[in-house]
Design a binder for this molecule. Structure first.
Ligand code: SAH
Length: 347
């Protein structure tokens, strides 16, 4: 019976070197293969032209190269590109290229579906779930980088982990992917241009802070009032606001990097003065800034974007207390590519 061949991309550089030495071949062949797999994005052993036929066959006999493929893509009138990405086992995730005048940002997924239950998010309604492997996260970045070159003639400038899934529920693979993205053998991108967004998994925020990472952290807050937040994001009952705050204070102490709070204002849910006051008070306790995100409808009438007056009340109150605030307009809405709209809808 033929043994199942392993995915070669699950091997570290050291493991690849050992593979070659254990087959009486020089260790540096491992480095060459690693570069083909990661910097050059090879999907086939046959393209590895600096390897002998014999070594390519050896690899072929022992491994497969699992890789993702763009199943289909949609382009928004504002330039945003949404990709439905087919994984090697047939499942789909979505990855988005968001261009502005000066930047190209990749919004990547960390899980198929999501393990959380945010009531306002389309991804949360997907049933099927598995974690993405480091290479599946990395490959999304490679795909988007190529699209940025193709459509906008420039490389990717930023990456946000704001696609499908909760990156901190797939922490190890997310970190492994970031290591590949930032390493010289990978894409050599600066970690300062990467933002990991979480709904607030406090234990992992602390664990991550201990590594003193250089990437940025964003937290989807949506309310600084416990009851309201619990209703919006039921799983946060396990991660109360005071514990979240402590973990963010710890994050700042370790990294000296301000956290960004992502925040949607909905009519009748969190658009009152007491909601604003609670947010101001919360922000004062940890170096932070606020990003007010426009609500993207997912077909649930319970949620309606708050009035412009309510939004400007937030911005003026935050500014009055010297808390940095930006209002983010959504992009790619016409193709369901905006925040919270990623749900593998067939197009
Ligand atoms: N699970 C992580 C990563 C997903 S990021 C996190 O929650 O941070 C997706 C961002 O879009 C989060 O800030 C999320 O709260 C927000 N979001 C989800 N649904 C949305 C919607 N319908 N409209 C606007 N923003 C939404």
């Amino acid at each position: 019976m033929e043994l199942a061949r392993r995915d070669v991309r699950a091997l570290s550089l050291d493991e690849l070197r050992s593979f070659f030495t254990s087959h009486s071949a020089p260790a540096f062949k491992g480095k060459q293969v690693y570069e083909w797999l990661w910097s050059k994005g090879a999907h086939d052993f046959d393209v590895m032209t600096n390897l002998s036929k014999e070594h390519r066959t050896l690899l072929q006999d022992n491994f497969v190269i699992n890789h993702i493929a763009v199943d289909h893509l949609q382009r928004s009138t504002d330039g945003t590109v949404k990709n439905a990405i087919r994984l090697h086992d047939g499942l789909l995730v979505e990855s988005v290229l968001i261009p502005t005048e000066t930047r190209s940002t990749a919004c990547v997924s960390s899980q198929v579906g999501c393990s959380l239950d945010c009531t306002f998010c389309a991804t949360a309604q997907l049933k099927r779930m598995r974690n993405l492997n480091p290479d599946e996260i990395y490959d999304q970045v490679v795909v988007i980088d190529r699209q940025s070159q193709l459509y906008f003639n420039r490389p990717l400038s930023n990456i946000v982990f704001m696609g499908m899934g909760e990156p901190l529920m797939n922490y190890k693979n997310t970190i492994a992917a970031i290591q590949k993205i930032t390493s010289p053998e990978g894409l050599g991108m600066s970690p300062k241009r990467i933002t990991v967004s979480t709904s607030g998994v406090t234990k992992i925020i602390r664990e991550m802070a201990d590594q003193k990472p250089k990437f940025k952290l964003a937290v989807s807050l949506h309310s600084a009032i416990e009851q309201t937040r619990n209703k919006l994001m039921p799983f946060t009952k396990k991660f109360p606001l005071d514990k979240l705050l402590e973990s963010l204070q710890y994050w700042y102490a370790q990294t000296k990097s301000r956290v960004t709070f992502e925040y949607v204002v909905w009519a009748g849910i969190n658009d009152q003065q007491e909601d604003v006051d609670a947010l101001v008070a919360y922000c004062k306790k940890v170096p932070s800034k606020v990003n007010l995100i426009e609500y993207n409808a997912i077909g649930d009438d319970d949620f309606v974007q708050a009035s412009p007056e309510a939004i400007s009340n937030y911005t003026s109150e935050l500014e009055r207390h010297r808390i940095a605030v930006t209002v983010r307009r959504s992009r790619g809405k016409d193709i369901d590519a905006a925040c919270g709209q990623l749900a593998n809808k067939e197009s």
